[in-house]
Design a protein around this ligand. Sequence first.
Ligand code: BG6
Length: 487
Amino acid sequence: MTKETITFPKDFLWGAASAAYQVEGAYDRDGKGPSIWDVFAKIPGKTKNGTNGDIAVDHYDRYLEDVDLMQKLGMKAYRFSVAWSRILPAGEGAVNEAGIAFYARLIKALKDRGIEPILTLYHWDLPQALQDKYGGWESRQTIDAFIQYCRVLFTRFGKDVRYWVTFNEQNVFTGLGYRWASHPPNVTDIKRMYAANHVVNLANAAAINLFHELVPTGQIGPSFGYGEVYPATSDPADVLAALNANEFNNAWWLDIYCRGHYPVRIFRLLTQMGIAPTVTDADTALLTSAQPDFLGINYYHGGTVARPTVAETDTTAEKTFAAIDPYMMAADHDQDSPEHYLFTSVENPHLQKTEFGWEIDPVGFRVALRSVYEKYQLPIIVTENGLGAYDQLTPTGEIHDPYRITYLRDHLVQLYGALQDGVPVLGYCAWSFTDLLSWLNGYAKRYGFIYVNRDDTSEKTLTRIPKDSFYWYQNVIRSNGATLTEQ
Ligand code: BG6
């Protein structure tokens, strides 16, 4: 039997991605205000080897060289984020024209080369001034500031940029920032996490509504960090646990984005635990009024779960939290965690892992695309997917990364499968274009098609060197996917 030739849709957005704090550097130049990452990364012990984005990979000064390399790669789309505090140094109030000018130059350079800009409004770098003044996302005043920022960008760039992303991985930055204190604002309080997350939901909805008013020709949606959760076995208790985990990890955000309400099972549990967000009627009206045009999906891996460690016999609303679980007094250090009552995470014996311990699951990518589309019926842009690895520069100045080629090829073949299944996937942005700063893993965890000659301790030369995967992706794009058939 001959293999079918892979052909992607003719206008498929072959792309790659980045985020401002991870690439730009120039953290205090040309009027930029500090962001919460500028401050947090300097707290001793918070980042790998004390790395930060002060210089990053100096994309701010080298953006033209980078955009030329994008053109050489053949990219049809480039996803980047805008640093809010470049535009509004205090998060609100006066506009910094030098900040606007930088992104205007970048967008023009992309469009001149036929590359579609995909602009992310918020990739985690809240202006520090808003954290100091209002308490950041714990205050609804931050929504007003965000809307002012959005209005500036929609007005200035609405005619040049067609695709817009509101929030990058809201699930990740709220969890790491407010529950685990490994991102700013360095908090460990799950109730505050759910409250802040709710405020972000409102900001997302308000931004989408404003966009539809000001940029009727464009498209906007959030980028969500999605991972399908599998049951460990066919034991119905494990299947129920996987349903719980998918609602807890995925639907908690996607249902809000697309339907305007939280999944009932999870909301009930959080209410019983006293950690649910307060949702007013006006909030529900706003949340249900805003519809994204597409969903951005960032896919790295999912998870596998078994039944929770506690029995769930009765979870009626009138029961107190203590009454949900007769074993609550058991010596379980996680008994304050909602997960404790929903599922237990287990290893998946079928999956290999990356050097950094992330499962590699290309079929799960297809499952994810199928599930998300069936549930929410919106077109999808894959806004991130890629492999972090310890790449080595050879003495002759090359980077051989066959593992990345295998990873990306396997995921693209599954993406093609999802397209064949009928899922409207508009584009694929590999993470990342150049090597960049990993928030918590410094400069050693590399994702790019282009090696950047720097490490955790020195900026070295910051020279850009295309890796083997660059030439491989160039062929994939040039052939519109056909070369994937041969491999
Ligand atoms: C996503 C983020 O969570 O994953 C990116 O949107 C991030 O900003 C990427 O860099 C990879 O994560 P990490 O921790 O490996 O750098």
